[in-house]
Design a protein around this ligand. Structure first.
Ligand code: NAI
Length: 265
């Protein structure tokens, strides 16, 4: 199903796209007729399956192996976009990781890893995309994957919340800096979505029930619902939208404890 005809023939780079949200965005973009450059860190087999699926649907996809926290990967992905598809229109910084740890016991390496992938990786992707857009006078589009934890505090994952808070202000600052170039920069803040990152919660019925209870709509999101936001942000329908975060969270960021099911008022 293609909802945005203007996306046909556009070229997107999506980091961390062998599974989860990145994969769903790649598949949705391909359905819109876009050519996609995907990325995986180690799971070559999974990546091949995603590419085969996209090709079976008539789409075009290639992949670049690498770690977003390492300098050079973003440039390599853009080079691949140019060599395979002639250009790059949209860069999606999606790759992200989380590891639970109490802050007073958190290894510095654990803190650094989360900041390195979620925040530094986003910087490296944004920088490479901007350089390409500015030098080629392209009115490009950048989408950063944030989280509801850019505004909701997250005990046990303070480094994750810090990284996503950073993604939020980085997104806004870059959007302001490059608005005169007509380069749009936005973020998506998913709530709880059924992807491999939440495997443990989803496979434990009690934990899953607890999570559903916390979400005002009581529904855990599907990757396709986040991919739909990424498609809209890539499309001309959002042409006047820049420097903002779109929340797709079933109401999770709306102070659920004030909801009608809680007797706080
Ligand atoms: P996932 O764990 O299912 O997939 C993450 C993808 O990123 C995988 O393909 C993984 O290989 C890749 N990746 C991880 N580290 C990488 C690195 N250093 N370099 C390159 N690729 C790397 O996670 P999910 O759920 O798809 O998350 C995607 C993004 O969405 C992340 O930024 C995450 O923080 C964010 N998010 C996810 C939510 C959810 O409930 N699933 C909620 C809010 C935000």
């Amino acid at each position: 199903m293609a909802n945005y005809p203007e996306l046909k023939g556009k070229v997107a780079v999506i980091t961390g796209s062998s599974k989860g949200l990145g994969r769903a965005i790649g598949e949705r973009y391909a359905k819109e007729g876009m050519n996609v450059v995907l990325n995986y860190r180690s799971s070559e087999k999974e990546m091949e399956e995603v590419i085969r699926g996209i090709e079976a649907g008539g789409g075009k996809a290639v992949a670049v192996k690498g770690d977003v926290s390492e300098e050079g990967l973003a440039e390599k992905m853009i080079e691949k976009a140019i060599s395979e598809f002639g250009k790059m229109d949209i860069f999606v910084n999606n790759a992200g990781v989380q590891v639970e740890a109490k802050t007073h016991e958190m290894e510095f390496d654990n803190w650094k890893k989360i900041i390195d992938v979620n925040l530094n990786g986003t910087f490296l992707g944004v920088r490479a995309a901007l350089k390409y857009f500015v030098e080629n006078k392209i009115e490009g589009n950048i989408i950063n994957m944030s989280s509801v934890h850019e505004v909701i505090p997250r005990p046990g994952y303070t480094h994750y919340a810090a990284s996503k808070g950073g993604v939020k202000m980085f997104t806004k600052s870059v959007a302001l800096e490059y608005a005169p170039n007509h380069i749009r920069v936005n973020a998506i803040a998913p709530g709880a979505i059924d992807t491999p990152i939440n495997e443990e919660t989803m496979s434990d019925p009690e934990e899953k029930k607890g999570l559903e209870a916390l979400i005002p709509s009581h529904v855990i999101g599907k990757p396709e619902q986040i991919a739909a936001v990424a498609a809209w942000l890539a499309s001309d329908e959002s042409s006047y939208v820049t420097g903002t975060t779109i929340f797709a969270d079933g109401g999770l960021s709306l102070y659920p404890s004030f909801g009608p099911e809680n007797k706080v008022q």
